[in-house]
Write a protein that binds this ligand. Sequence first.
Ligand SMILES: *Cc1c(COP(=O)(O)O)cnc(C)c1O
Length: 401
Amino acid sequence: MKKTTGTDRKITSNWRPATQAVRGGTWRSEHGETSEALFLTSGYTYDDAQTVADRFAGEVEGMTYSRLQNPTVAMLEERIALMEGAEACRAQASGMAAMTAALLCQLSAGDHVVGARAAFGSCRWLLDHLLPRFAIETTIVDSADNEAWEAAIRPNTKVFFFETPANPTLDVVDLAHVCGLAKSRGITSVVDNAFATSALQRPMDFGADVVAYSATKLMDGQGRVLAGAVCGSREWIEEVLLPFQRNTGPNCAPFNAWVVLKGLETLGLRAQRQSESAVGLGRFLESRVPRILHPGLESHPRHALAMKQMSATGPIFALDVESREKAFSLLDALELIDISNNIGDARSLMCHPASTTHAGMSDEDRADMGVTEGLLRINVGLEDIEDLKEDLDQALKKAGF
Ligand SMILES: *Cc1c(COP(=O)(O)O)cnc(C)c1O
């Protein structure tokens, strides 16, 4: 395959984000195709036996098997790494494959992890249920409490794991403080950046060691495929993540990687527009419902911090309508916005976390995390904001607001 400038870091790292999003990682075949080629192949053939022996020995570059490398997946990995400002990235089958790999690849029995209280339900399940099965201890902290992170550190603390903004309560973590604290104590910080993506927030600019993604969300952006990614230093990716990934196989399928590559081309535009609409819709609803949670609104307790570490605050906000009954009647009255538990989509979607994304948690943990019975989460899409306002207005009236 012919390499173009899309794979030459000396050139691409000087490009600005919008250029990286469209051209970063592009690796053209001998046909000179404009769009990235989709290589649906599990294996590769070789002209002679020595070539394959050299590739397996790591002495010459080249593909050997798609669990180890695939050209389409490699293009996605290079593009995500560039946009993130990371040395390296490996794509994963889903966001949860990414989170599981990012944690398990570096943890052993006897290690300790500090995790944020507010998190996606499955991320909390990893901390609360999976890691303890392998004798890895976890401590859950209120992520907005800077002192709590420090107080939770033990001699065997290996990892800090959190998302910001968090799903679904939109808690914001002080990236510079928490990642800086981790660094000063030899702890690896793993940040789930799914809600913001590199288009709105780059945790590594604030000292994060590892940034992990559900690419299913804003990166694909059109609700089509599951995918994930883990970014880090070249050394960490090659020496810590890769031995785990190559032998356990949570790989991203080439087709899914190709879809996400196409999604990244418009990520910046979508993230900006959806963020603006989320703030606009939040303002419209603020006086109508008891509580709105969105870091882009002045009412958010960490609004100033969010504006410091994010260029825009993303498409997702939560509102509290007091009870499950009222939440369900609001959802049932929607005419345009869909009832759906996905996020990052170009369509506006709304769901009730307590009965869906966070239903697997105990009532106590849910309450502790702020996932109340009246909480609704909305993903604001690319539709005209006036149509979204009209739909929410009529649904709120039907629900008694
Ligand atoms: C959706 C989500 C995940 C899981 O991603 P999948 O692609 O669905 O596996 C992890 N973290 C956060 C913050 C998410 O929103």
